[in-house]
Design a protein around this ligand. Structure first.
Ligand code: ADP
Ligand code: ZN
Ligand code: MG
Length: 477
């Protein structure tokens, strides 16, 4: 039996998060706005108007290209891509064709078996988005708000080998866009969409067979399912002696099926030519360097640093580098609490993340700063408070907006380690619960946990649980 492998290349569109559109001063983000309210003569293609490039778009494009280790072209051009569609009022889209902002590049993808897949970027360019057609029964409505919204389009080489790899690649790309601040990449808002090119071949072979293209996906999970379904379909087709034809496919999320859309335009159909209304993009070395200098350390580098330097388990390192603010928060804790990175990571993941979600606050809006969290962890390690008081103090600090140390003092939360006081409470609990004591003495030693709970409750949660256990075991002998 033949074993097949999939060959997948992706085309990704990302909406850049600039204030204004790419060639006019209209607001770029129209989410939630009524249709046709962020438009002007430029982005609706009125006669006699001239586009003016938005420098922020070029800067974010350079930043992204640099993050993908692409070569930044000192001179690139805008081109007209001509096609007719109702939501494209100009009749052409301003894009970049043969000489684009970024050339080459790659992103590395760690695979489950520990190896690294280097996914090469074929091209990366900036362009404007088109409007939206809204289909209603018997009519079509046009919303031009999206016309002229800045996009980056990037095309990968066919370097991915399974639906899961493709999904993981998209997830890491999205993480990268958010990390370097070029896009929120909110897929539900259409800020990131992708097409997947899929073919199959005998495992071990190097040939590129005819491919199909699944268009316009805007969810990682649906993308994974669609690619899986298409790989399965192609294998079945080939096994039955059929041929794969270069179809363009549409994935229906509801029915989980692929359908044939149209035969593909070829590049000649677009009659590309240089945009006569715009000068070439000329970038000095100094300017390119200035932008590249703003590039932060990238997620994958931080992830391996967290594993190697702080000895975090891979899973936690992945969670903490899923967003840059989390990675920064984590390292912030270590400034006041350098001793045990693993405890810091656990507390951030288990106690603080939930709090952020619950209160719907971002990391920089929390009163519970990394330093304050570090101080709480120190109070626990020093034995001033016990672990469960520590968890409570995390919430209280945020709630009361007071320093953890003052809360401990004001509310008398310090742990009771005084053995006489603990012994007194243990004695009381033993007297009040003869049945459980009897059970313990007849060999059901697990009951001691319940008795410890009673003592902890009587102490208002402040007793040192270790001392309680020792004392109870001594008294019950
Ligand atoms: P097209 O003629 O469809 O424009 P391109 O060569 O420009 O094809 O590639 C478009 C995308 O398809 C790229 O992401 C590329 O990696 C991918 N691709 C090209 N050949 C194959 C193949 N045989 N199988 C899967 N993907 C492919
Ligand atoms: Zn406009
Ligand atoms: Mg192509």
């Amino acid at each position: 039996m033949t074993t097949y492998e999939a060959v997948i290349g992706l085309e990704i569109h990302i909406q850049l998060n600039t204030e204004s559109k790419i060639f006019c001063a209209c607001k770029a983000d129209s989410w939630g706005d009524p249709p046709n309210t962020n438009i002007c003569p430029v982005c609706t293609g009125q006669p006699g108007v001239l586009p003016v490039p938005n420098q922020a778009v070029i800067e974010k494009g350079i930043l992204l290209a640099a993050a993908l280790k692409a070569e930044i072209q000192p001179v690139s051009f805008f081109d007209r891509k001509n096609y007719f569609y109702p939501d494209l009022p100009k009749g052409y889209q301003i894009s970049q064709y043969d000489l684009a902002l970024g050339n080459g590049g790659y992103m590395e993808l760690p695979l489950d078996d520990g190896s690294i897949r280097r996914v090469k970027i074929e091209k990366l360019h900036i362009e404007e988005d088109a409007g939206k057609t809204i289909h209603k029964p018997n009519r079509r409505l046009l919303d031009f708000n999206r016309c002229g919204v800045p996009l980056v389009e990037m095309v990968t080489e066919p370097d991915l080998r399974s639906a899961d790899e493709a999904a993981d690649f998209i997830r890491r790309l999205r993480q990268l866009f958010r990390w370097i601040g070029v896009s929120e990449a909110d897929m539900e808002k259409g800020q990131m969409r992708f097409d997947a090119n899929v073919s199959i071949r005998e495992k071990g072979s190097e040939v590129l067979n005819p491919k199909t293209e699944i268009k316009n996906m805007n969810s990682i999970e649906h993308g994974r399912e669609a690619i899986k379904a298409e790989i399965k379909r192609q294998i079945k087709e080939v096994e039955a002696g059929g041929k794969i034809e270069s179809w363009t496919l549409d994935w229906n999320e509801d029915t989980q099926t692929l359908s044939k859309m149209r035969s593909k335009e070829t590049e000649a159909d677009y009659r590309y030519f240089k945009e006569p209304d715009l000068l070439p993009i000329n970038l000095s070395d100094e300017y390119i360097q200035e932008v590249i200098n703003k590039l932060p350390e990238l997620p994958l580098e931080r992830e391996s640093q967290f594993i190697n330097e702080y000895k975090l388990p891979a899973r936690e390192a992945k969670v903490l580098t899923s967003e840059r603010y989390l990675a920064d928060y984590f390292e912030g804790i270590l400034e006041s609490y350098p001793g045990e990175p693993k405890k810091a990571a656990n507390s951030l993941i288990n106690d603080v993340l939930g709090l952020m979600n619950e209160l719907n606050l971002s990391a920089d809006e929390l009163f519970l700063t990394p330093e304050r969290l570090g101080n709480i962890l120190l109070l626990v390690d020093e034995g001033t408070i016990n672990t469960s008081t520590g968890k409570m103090l995390i919430r209280k600090t945020q709630q009361l907006k007071k320093e953890p140390g003052s809360i401990v003092e004001e509310e008398g939360l310090a742990q009771v380690t005084d053995s006489a006081a603990i012994e007194r409470i243990c004695q009381e609990v033993i007297e009040e619960n003869p049945a459980q004591v009897e059970q313990y003495r007849s060999g059901k030693e697990g009951v001691v946990g319940w008795l410890i709970g009673q003592v902890m409750a009587k102490s208002g949660g402040k007793a040192n649980p270790e001392v309680v256990r020792e004392t109870l075991e001594k008294l019950l002998k």
